[in-house]
Design a protein around this ligand. Structure first.
Ligand code: GTP
Ligand code: MG
Length: 247
């Protein structure tokens, strides 16, 4: 048994400069797991990701419905945009590794809560709380956790409202509760977060430049929070509040 992976490593090393064809990969994999096992794992992975995709669609639809309804009732669209993504296989594997967990479907399902991600961009900061509450009031939505980085911003200036929610999705063989990470933020917070995200992945910056950019970003985050507050004040003078659900 133990000689097989070693032989396999040798083969990978020999071929490492060349492009390896799918057949070669399958042949190599076959030396310690069967091709059938590879295919059944791939199918299981695809099935799971399809389920998360369906959960994203359910949550997106809920936000779209709220936005449509509120836009008729108060003459403005509280939601500026909705974006979604499925976590890449690489990020899933890296996250499990960081948590010291084995790569198993059970661990992915129970320990990684952000495989399905939906980001809701609002025009105004107070809409974030209204929209989040309206989602949570729905009886097929269960709140698992939330983090309010708006009332308690991160030290670097990051602001957003995060929730992990669970929603049932109906498949041919029954109902499954699926977790979705929802991030709500204003346009300005989103602009800031995209730039700050670039900084995280930028390689080769010296210490001083990094400190300078971090200080600039913190400054910008505070200015943005100020502007978001002022914009909210203008909005309150222009538009009526969203009516309560029972009004
Ligand atoms: P992750 O393991 O990174 O998912 O973080 P977490 O499980 O502790 O959850 P948290 O709610 O803090 O962050 C979830 C996600 O929010 C991240 O994956 C990012 O997309 C975003 N986020 C959190 N903090 C920051 C930040 O400081 N800057 C930016 N740009 N994004 C952030
Ligand atoms: Mg994440």
């Amino acid at each position: 048994m133990s000689s097989k992976p070693a032989a396999n490593n040798e083969m990978v090393r020999k071929n490492s400069k060349d492009k390896i064809s799918v057949n070669q990969v399958l042949q190599q994999a076959d030396s310690f797991i069967s091709t059938d096992e590879v295919f059944s794992s791939v199918t299981e992975w695809q099935e799971m990701m399809t389920k998360y995709n369906c959960a994203i669609r359910e949550i997106r639809t809920k936000f779209e419905v709220l936005n449509d309804e509120l836009s008729i009732r108060s003459n403005r669209n509280p939601i500026h945009g909705i974006y979604s993504r499925i976590k890449s296989p690489r990020s899933i594997i890296e996250k499990l590794h960081r948590k010291g967990l084995d790569l198993t479907m059970d661990n992915i399902r129970s320990e990684i809560h952000d495989i399905a991600g939906v980001r809701v961009i609002c025009d105004f900061a107070d809409d974030i709380y209204e929209i989040a509450d309206m989602l949570l009031m729905q009886d097929d939505i269960k709140l698992i956790t939330y983090k309010d980085y708006i009332r308690a911003p991160k030290a670097n200036g990051y602001r957003s409202y995060h929730m992990i929610v669970e929603t049932p999705v109906f498949f041919s063989d029954g109902k499954e509760m699926m977790k979705v990470e929802v991030q709500l933020r204003t346009i300005a917070m989103d602009f800031w977060a995209s730039l700050e995200h670039e900084l995280r992945y930028k390689k080769g910056l010296d210490k001083e430049t990094l400190a300078e950019i971090s200080a600039d970003l913190l400054n910008c985050a505070n200015t943005i929070a100020d502007v978001d507050n002022q914009m909210m004040g203008i909005k309150d003078k222009l538009y009526p509040k969203f009516p309560d659900a029972d009004e």
